[in-house]
Design a protein. Structure first.
Length: 429
């Protein structure tokens, strides 16, 4: 095997210590917050029938046209790895008969897009997404936007910016397309090749183009809301005024369209200045998706966890500082002490104490080195003297103080006394 064979596929990454400590911390904090907002977790498969995504995200979107990992399986079915989470969640809701009720669901998991990898853009990345289904009103939009701001603040993220716009109603689409075509016509020759195609198929997508010349042209277009119904404009105003009442700062951006076509009414995006060109941390909006004879309306968002992690580490957060080393490390001299320590280790673990020991029966010196590396708060030493006396040396690694204790004293100290290290009694950080 070449050293390259040990690397994951380009654009995909192993998530391992120390970075994983930060992933775990984010997930723990978020699950706690989501429970406060009465959202339940859903886990849908990473693979779906391709039609689930094509119909939901829109045929003319970049994700569907260029970025899906699609293939035909042995049974002749057209399948794709999920490029995002909303379509699968709504497929689940439509199939489980919850559509008539309010469903409040969240998901955390890998998504796949066959994009050109670069900093902040991966082929496997992770989203934390939320979908609030069944309350077609501005209050539901404001609630999930507030939830999103709450989660980002709880993670300690600073300097993020939320921009908001509307995609209008489905009935507005034709008028928006016609209005944009008329406004773009004088500059048609200056648009990039992709945008000339978009001009015919879906001119709204031109507002999303990254090409400098196209951006320049898009910047001079009238705001899309100008082509929309009064209902769409009123809805947006209501969402903004509710957000003001909830003290969530947002900026209106009339150019914001989002890259997916299932949106109606509110859309938003959160960016972070420290992230360079791939600066979108999160995006969301209200949508209507049709599965069979059901049209399901919802509002939600998805955050890109890799980008959040990059932003947090850029702020100086060291994932290594979030490691949870074993509280106690056991050291034994000789085979009998080793056997007794194995029993003690199990007994401490059953009482809620995290502990570990060297399992290879190495020298006291090697065990001490391992204990130092493990960074545990206490070391319990059982040498020949202690075996004879039926005692233990308890060493506090922070101050080096060492005491000789018998078994009841040791148990008492580690599980309920002044040196207790059971998780439920540990001090809050
Ligand atoms: P999206 O804007 O396509 O929306 O993706 C959401 C977030 O996923 C982005 O803001 C970004 O942080 C992250 N992301 C997207 N592509 C990549 C990539 N290639 N590498 C790293 N991170 C990436 C959606 O997926 C919608 N389903 C959001 C939604 C939920 N709307 C309503 N409900």
């Amino acid at each position: 095997m070449t050293s390259e064979s040990f690397q994951p596929i380009k654009g995909m990454a192993d998530l391992a210590p120390p970075a994983i400590y930060l992933w775990q911390r984010l997930e723990e904090t978020t699950r706690d917050i989501l429970a406060r907002y009465a959202f339940d977790e859903v886990r849908t498969p990473v693979m779906e029938r391709t039609a689930v995504f094509k119909r939901s995200l829109g045929d003319t979107t970049d994700v569907v046209q260029k970025e899906m990992y699609s293939f035909t399986d042995r049974g002749g079915r057209d399948l794709s790895l999920r490029p995002e989470g909303t379509a699968g969640v709504i497929r689940h809701v439509a199939g489980s008969g919850q559509a008539a009720q309010d469903a409040r669901l969240y998901y955390i998991g890998p998504m796949f897009r066959s994009e050109r990898p670069q900093a902040g853009r991966y082929r496997q990345f992770h989203q934390l997404g939320v979908e609030s289904i069944g309350a077609p009103c501005p209050a539901a939009d404001a609630e999930v936007i507030a939830l999103q701001a709450h989660v980002l603040s709880a993670w300690g993220l600073k300097d993020f910016r939320m921009e908001l716009n509307t995609r209008g109603l489905p009935e507005d689409r034709q008028r928006v397309a016609d209005g944009l075509r008329a406004a773009l016509e004088p500059d048609l020759d200056r648009l990039c090749e992709d945008c000339r195609r978009r001009y015919a198929q879906n001119p709204l997508r031109i507002l999303d183009c990254k090409n400098a010349a196209c951006r320049d042209i898009a910047d001079r277009l009238p705001p899309v809301t100008e082509f929309m119904s009064a209902e769409a404009r009123t809805y947006l105003k209501e969402v903004i005024s509710l957000l003001e009442r909830l003290e969530i700062p947002v900026t209106e951006n009339p150019r914001l369209v989002r890259g997916l076509d299932y949106y109606v009414h509110t859309v938003w995006e959160i960016t972070h200045a420290g992230l360079g060109s791939q600066d979108a941390l999160s995006g969301g909006g209200r949508y209507a998706l049709t599965f069979g004879n059901q049209t399901i309306e919802g509002v939600g968002f998805a955050m890109g966890l890799e980008r959040i992690i990059t932003a947090l580490t850029g702020q100086g957060l060291d994932p290594g500082s979030l490691a949870k080393p074993p509280s106690v490390w056991l050291i034994s001299q000789g085979a009998a002490a080793f056997d007794e320590n194995l029993v003690l280790m199990q007994s401490l673990r059953l009482r809620g104490v995290s502990c570990a020991m060297d399992l290879r029966g190495r020298s006291m010196k090697a065990q001490m080195r391992a204990a130092n590396r493990a960074n545990s708060r206490y070391v319990v030493i059982r040498g020949d003297h202690e075996m004879e006396q039926g005692t233990f040396q308890l060493k506090n690694m922070a101050d080096g103080v060492q005491e000789e204790l018998d078994m009841p004293e040791l148990m008492q100290r580690l599980t309920s006394g002044t040196d207790r290290v059971c998780p439920d009694t540990e001090e809050e950080e």
